[in-house]
Design a protein around this ligand. Structure first.
Ligand SMILES: [Zn+2]
Length: 314
């Protein structure tokens, strides 16, 4: 199996879709709906990955579906897998076990047909406790990245970071662990800047300077809404560009589905059609994208749609 740098060099890499929302819909993940609210968001506070140890067959099946749709990378379901976040869901003592199990499952399914990326997300400490908590974030991210490396991931995807300051720390932790890293920020409530006030172009430059092998954006908005920010990033950096948009329709006033009233219990009402992902696949090359996949709301149908779009563009 080629490594991620070689794959990116050879052409557009097809990633996979979103795990937590799909598994929540299938009944295996707790959304925390109406229980815990975080920061100023309307959303719930759980969506943790204990499914890796509680319902491994469900996770294995979703990996298989993405693989059969053409995904060249499977993301281990280690999103929100820091001890900090797992503690809040009552699974802190299982941090090692959840991270190891998630990577093992993804590797079993991937075999020599796909690479396995460890998913590392924000800790949520910055939303809860402010920027003074960045030191604690560093400790938690260091621990999780150590666990993912020990479990044998091929590379890391740092995703759904709202603060560039926390992303920088995660990139430093990844560099210290000597793992190749794809880094994607999430922009809300508008795509003009991230939560600590940096434009997409600034984010792209900083992530590049911190050693990411690819930079970009994931989650929060649908492809058409994300495209302008990706163009800004494209103009600002020479490294490969990665995009894993959500499949939920946002509005001109709010570019973030997790800030809409539909999150998390009425998401079906704002689901975008897979057709938008066919279009996204078709235009990926012309837009200078090098890695495309989906985030929340993207099941296998959406990854097949991306694959169809890519094939049509050839
Ligand atoms: Zn997402």
């Amino acid at each position: 199996m080629k490594n991620i740098t070689t794959l990116l060099h050879e052409g557009i890499v097809l990633g996979d879709g979103g795990y937590l929302i799909e598994l929540e819909r299938r009944g295996y993940v707790d959304s925390g709906s109406r229980r815990e609210k975080v920061g100023t968001g309307r959303g719930s506070g759980q969506f943790t990955p204990e499914v890796a140890i509680e319902h491994p067959d469900a996770l294995r099946e979703l990996h298989r579906e993405f693989l059969s749709a053409g995904s060249q990378v499977l993301q281990a379901l280690t999103f929100f897998g820091t001890r900090e976040k797992l503690n809040r869901a009552g699974y802190g003592a299982d941090t090692e076990r959840i991270n190891a199990a998630a990577v093992k499952l993804a590797k079993e399914v991937a075999g020599d047909r796909a690479l396995v990326a460890g998913s590392v997300s924000r800790t949520q400490l910055t939303e809860r406790e402010g920027m003074e908590s960045l030191g604690k974030s560093r400790d938690h991210l260091t621990e999780q990245i150590r666990l993912l490396k020990a479990a044998g991931v091929d590379f890391l995807i740092l995703e759904t970071f709202f603060h560039l300051a926390e992303m920088k720390i995660a990139l430093e932790c990844a560099a210290a662990a000597a793992l190749p890293t794809v880094a994607t920020m999430s922009f809300r409530p508008l795509i003009a800047q991230c939560t600590d006030g940096h434009t997409p172009a600034e984010c792209a430059r900083v992530m590049t300077d911190c050693g990411a092998i690819a930079v970009g954006a994931n989650c929060e908005q649908e492809p058409a809404r994300m495209l302008p920010l990706l163009r800004e990033m494209r103009a600002a950096t020479g490294v490969p560009l990665a995009a894993q948009p959500a499949a939920f329709r946002t509005t001109a006033q709010c570019h973030s589905f997790t800030r809409l009233a539909a999150f998390p219990d009425d998401l079906e009402t704002i689901q975008v059609s897979r057709r938008e992902f066919v279009e996204f696949g078709k235009t990926a090359k012309a837009e200078g994208l090098d890695y495309i996949g989906g985030c929340c709301g993207c099941n296998t149908a959406y990854i097949r749609a991306l694959a169809d779009g890519l094939a049509e563009a050839k």
